[in-house]
Design a protein around this ligand. Structure first.
Ligand SMILES: [Fe+2]
Length: 247
């Protein structure tokens, strides 16, 4: 039968990805035809897919993967950090309101942590290029973090327990307490340094507090700063993670 459509040596590239290479194709009348790749679609593997595949989903669940996919889309589409944060807000609120997505192990204190006070910083997700991380911070009742900074924008919210947060402003080498706020489950705030980037949190509930951090660096592994709140003196500070090593 004479083909209705016939092509030879068909090729298609997307950047450095070869989607089709030397395809010969003949389609006769009355047939239905569609190429099925290993992802069961005609869509080629994109640079985006490859980046996601190289990322480290320490907590590898559909909830976390969907959340990170949505966050990455918001960052890609956002015209600025503030705009991206506005796009992420509803998804972050949903994450804090969902009692089921975070396994108990990531809500446990860690006696030997880099934060001290039994504070556990658990990596949940890290971008391969260090441009994004999701982690839980577990602070036992009565414990408080050092005064520290983050050096990246993102969102921080409380998942369990209650916390007091003290925010410091840097003035002529000294630290001045600029704001104190109480946080309960579901409360969250945006962080866009340098504004409000230096803070300390203390758990005020009888139960351990758990906060969720989505920040645009590999927060546990970058060298940040811890501060002496009395003198304002700073020192290099790397908190690390309880459950993964720094690369
Ligand atoms: Fe912090």
């Amino acid at each position: 039968m004479t083909p209705a459509i016939e092509v030879r040596e068909l090729g298609r590239r997307f950047g450095d990805v070869t989607a089709l290479d030397g395809l010969d194709l003949a389609i006769t009348l009355g047939t239905v035809f569609g190429p099925l790749g290993r992802k069961r679609s005609a869509t080629p593997e994109s640079a985006y897919d490859r980046a996601m595949a190289a990322d480290e989903f320490v907590l590898d669940t559909p909830d976390v993967r969907t959340f990170i996919t949505d966050v990455r889309a918001a960052i890609a589409d956002g015209s600025s950090p503030a705009d991206a944060i506005e796009r992420i807000r509803p998804r972050f609120a949903d994450l804090l309101a969902d009692p089921n997505w975070l396994p108990a192990v990531y809500q446990e204190a860690a006696p030997q942590s880099g934060m001290g006070g039994g504070i556990g910083q658990w990596a949940l997700y890290r971008a391969e290029d260090g441009s994004l991380s999701l982690f839980s911070l577990v602070v036992p009742s009565g414990s408080e973090t050092p005064v520290h900074d983050h050096l990246a924008w993102g969102l921080v919210g409380l998942y369990r327990g209650t916390q007091d947060e003290e925010i410091f402003a840097r003035e002529r080498g000294a630290l001045r307490l600029s704001e104190r706020r109480a946080l309960g489950p579901g409360d969250f705030y945006a962080l866009i340094p340098p504004a409000d980037d230096i803070h300390r949190v203390r758990t005020t509930s009888a139960e351990t507090s758990v906060s969720i951090h989505l920040l645009t660096n590999d927060t546990g592994c970058v060298w940040r700063h811890a501060y002496d709140p009395a003198s304002g003196e700073e020192r290099p500070f790397r908190s690390g993670y309880v459950n993964v090593d720094c690369r």
